[in-house]
Design a protein around this ligand. Structure first.
Ligand code: PLP
Length: 478
């Protein structure tokens, strides 16, 4: 009735490590984007569970036979879609240890080292991105969760008794309004709808020709809402938007947040890690005036899914929004320690900070910064190649490592250009060599190429450029 015996665990463990090592080493033999159709993998998995146990060897064989065709390989250097999220060696090893320790950090007492390593890693990370000492940090799973907690704290700060009385069935509550740019990530909308703000309570502020929020437009909207009797309560500024990686003018937005006493949250899920690089410090202008901020190491800091870092200057308000006491969770240390369950919706939590500990120590801050800087340089180089071609157009500035462009042979109207680029992207992805994604900017279909994998080298970017050009040359309808 016991667990897997020690010798069997070791045999399987070494086998799995060998498998992983070979997989990562030979990853380029796979197409980055899975080519299966819906239901293909489902059909291969038995509909009923096995009555008797099997060897792990069989299971691992089925990882190959059943699953691998249906894996989109985020660790593949040809993966240049969305934003990269890649697993480094130290990150993978830390995940293994997380599972082995199986620690649940709901309370300080349920693993003191868990809470204290997380606290230490938040202190390290805070310094790495240049936030002042009064920022308190915590790890959540994703930026979506982090931003939802920011909005919850912003709502709690209003002192409207929502914690006790809720929002429904009350006629003493004003309509709460949240502001973000029309390029903000839809996780902000999800946070707002989860918290009863409603999609109607979100104002999407317009952007300039560089896709950055226009502060005067923001202030006008706030004034208008106040004059309607509504209650503005939160602004979300994005540093590195998802479509184009544009940077909202945080400092000017912070002026407005202060003037109207609104919570300012910064969503820098993708780009925030670049604050480690001296040349990129400009992105942090105004960060010290934000109430909260989110950065995802699971995007561009080589951390396996998932790990999102959330900072706030007002942990007490966050705690007020979420803490409850239950008799069975009371401990003798409650007055001296942070019990992480008090700062969010979840009770149980995984030991994610181990990943930061392994990754930051293995690469060092300089090692991480150099890798990220190299990606930025590669992106600038790629953008340069695009600019040199008459038949291509850059569609947005490239402040980080994401290039927005389209093919434009010069003899087509906007409608046809959209169709042409959509077709081109489809063909590029069908090549099975690279995987790019797209966005629409002012109605124009735009191809996005993003660099940021731990495995990205110059040759991969050259190869991608070659594939894009040969796809055009070999295709009758391009
Ligand atoms: C990726 C991204 C998100 C969502 O991140 P998750 O961790 O997947 O929830 C939110 N905002 C921005 C700006 C992003 O780039």
């Amino acid at each position: 009735m016991n667990d897997m015996p020690k010798d069997e665990f070791e045999k399987n463990g070494y086998m799995l490590v060998d498998w992983i090592s070979k997989y990562l080493n030979e990853i380029e033999k796979y197409p980055p984007l899975s080519q299966v159709n819906p239901g293909d993998i489902l059909k291969r998995i038995p509909q009923t569970p096995p009555t008797n146990g099997e060897d792990i060897e069989n299971v691992l064989a089925d990882v190959e036979n059943i699953l691998m065709d249906g894996i989109t390989h985020w660790n593949h250097p040809g993966f240049m879609a969305y934003f990269n999220s890649t697993s480094s060696g130290p990150g993978i090893l830390a995940e293994l240890l997380t599972a082995a320790l199986g620690a649940n950090g709901m309370l300080w007492k349920t693993s003191p080292a868990f809470t204290e390593l997380e606290k230490s890693m938040m202190n390290w990370f805070r310094q790495m991105v240049g936030l002042p000492e009064n920022y308190w940090g915590i790890i959540y799973d994703t930026a979506s969760t982090s931003s939802m907690h920011a909005i919850a704290a912003a709502r709690e700060q209003l002192d409207l008794g929502i914690r006790e009385k809720g929002m429904t069935g009350r006629n003493d509550l004003p309509k709460l309004i949240l502001y973000c740019s029309e390029h903000a990530h839809n996780s902000i909308d999800k946070g707002a709808l989860t918290l009863g703000i409603g999609l109607d309570g979100i104002r999407k502020i317009s952007v300039n020709d560089k896709f950055e929020m226009i502060p005067t437009d923001l202030e006008n909207k706030i004034k208008e809402d106040i004059s309607q009797g509504y209650k503005p309560f939160c602004i979300v500024a994005t540093v590195g938007t998802t479509s184009t990686t544009s940077v909202d003018p945080v400092d000017a937005i912070a002026d407005i947040a202060e003037k109207y006493n609104l919570w300012l949250h910064i969503d820098s899920a993708y780009a925030g890690v670049t604050a480690m690089i001296p040349e990129m410090k400009w992105i942090t202008k105004g960060w010290d005036r934000a109430d909260s901020l989110v950065i995802n190491p699971h995007k561009w800091m080589f951390t396996p899914m998932d790990l999102s870092v959330f900072f706030t200057r007002k942990p007490d308000i966050l705690k007020r929004a979420f803490s409850l006491s239950a008799e069975y969770l009371k401990t003798n240390q409650d007055s001296e320690v942070d019990n992480l369950m008090d700062y969010g919706i979840q009770l149980g939590r995984r030991f994610r900070s181990l990943k930061l500990w392994f990754i930051i120590r293995y690469f060092g801050v300089d090692g991480l910064a150099e890798r990220i800087k190299n990606h930025i340089n590669l992106a600038k180089e790629f953008a340069g190649w695009i600019e040199q071609e008459n038949d291509f157009e850059i569609m947005a500035p490239t402040p980080f490592s994401t290039v927005c462009f389209r093919y434009n042979p010069g003899n087509k109207n906007e409608d046809d250009l959209n169709k042409l680029n959509e077709k081109l992207l489809e063909k590029i992805n069908e090549s099975g060599k690279i995987f790019l994604s797209h966005t629409k900017l002012n109605g124009k279909f735009t191809i996005r190429l993003t660099i940021g994998s731990i495995r990205h080298e110059r040759r991969h970017i050259e190869e991608a450029w070659k594939i894009i050009k040969t796809t055009i040359n070999s295709s009758s309808d391009c």
